[in-house]
Design a protein around this ligand. Structure first.
Ligand code: SAM
Length: 277
């Protein structure tokens, strides 16, 4: 008998993949967590039944979430990651030798513990001496952060529902801007242009009123809805034009490089036009 996992992206479409076995299942006060072993994408992490990452394609998302802002900032040393309890984003941030410390604020301890046990290649950075893990709500943590604390803030959240919904609010964006230093750079994962265009336009407009420079960049992530995913970046200084690629270090990557960095800001016409309406 074959077992198939299906994630519906809309009421009438989605992805499906064949599963070898279930590796772990857990429930917390926030969500359910499953790790499935699949025939073609390795181990897959699901939260409330939604794909967060697979071992086969997680490098695309985590490299692009981390290296574009870190190579945009002139000299990133203090980094804050909101969400990201699987550790993939932290692993990439730590590839930058000038980064002195990374604070990860994850609301659900279960995610970190499951990743450390069952996804060692992704969670390895969570044990690094430069990494500090705080279990709590990123909304509150940022609101309580002193002005100018961080050089880069990365929001690696679930979709904008439940505890993650407030991570896309104007108040949160404003509090992040306040917590950033003068050259500070903010990035959040910002969903799919094919399926979530109105949402993307809304958050772009919210950010546009807070940061002097705001822009989307894109990446191809096979297991995310439509395979075309976006990130929204804001810069506290207008001196840093987008795209801007300062190569601080020779990075070991499989997707990201200078060319991808620069090209990722080229938007398809339907998205660019939606932002100017
Ligand atoms: N890469 C995935 C994606 O794009 O869908 C997200 C990865 S990561 C697993 C998302 C994390 O955000 C989850 O572990 C979830 O617990 C966490 N999270 C959601 N809302 C949060 C909040 N308000 N504060 C801190 N962490 C939050």
């Amino acid at each position: 008998m074959s077992i198939w996992y299906t994630e519906k992206h809309t009421p009438h479409s989605g992805i499906t993949m064949e599963v070898k076995k279930s590796v772990y299942y857990g429930e917390s006060e926030f969500q359910t967590l499953e790790i499935l072993d699949t025939f073609e994408f390795g181990r897959m992490l699901l939260l409330d039944g939604v794909v967060m990452l697979t071992e086969r394609d997680e490098f695309v998302y985590h490299e692009m979430l981390a290296h574009v802002p870190l190579n945009t900032h002139p000299s990133p040393e203090k980094v804050l990651v909101i969400g990201g309890g699987d550790g993939g984003t932290v692993r990439e941030v730590l590839k930058h030798p000038q980064v002195k410390d990374v604070t990860l604020v994850e609301i659900d301890r279960m995610v970190v513990e499951a990743a450390l046990t069952h996804l060692p290649g992704i969670s390895e950075g969570l044990r690094d001496p430069r990494t500090r893990i705080v279990y709590g709500d990123g909304v509150r943590f940022v609101a309580d952060s002193p002005p100018g604390t961080y050089d880069v803030i990365l929001v690696d959240s679930t979709d904008p529902v439940g505890p993650a919904e407030a991570l896309f609010s104007e108040d949160f964006f404003r509090n992040c801007e306040n917590a950033l230093g003068p050259d500070g750079v903010f990035v959040c994962q910002s969903e799919s242009p094919f399926y979530h265009l109105p949402f993307m336009v809304d958050i772009f407009r919210r950010m546009d009123g807070i940061y002097p420079l705001v822009g989307f960049y894109l990446a191809a992530i096979p297991t995310y809805p439509s395979g075309n995913w976006s990130f929204l970046m804001g810069s506290r200084t207008a001196e840093t034009t987008f795209p801007q690629c300062r190569e601080h270090a020779q990075l070991q990557t499989k997707y990201y490089d200078r060319h991808i960095h620069l090209a990722s800001f080229a938007l398809p016409r339907f998205l660019a036009e939606a932002l100017t309406k």
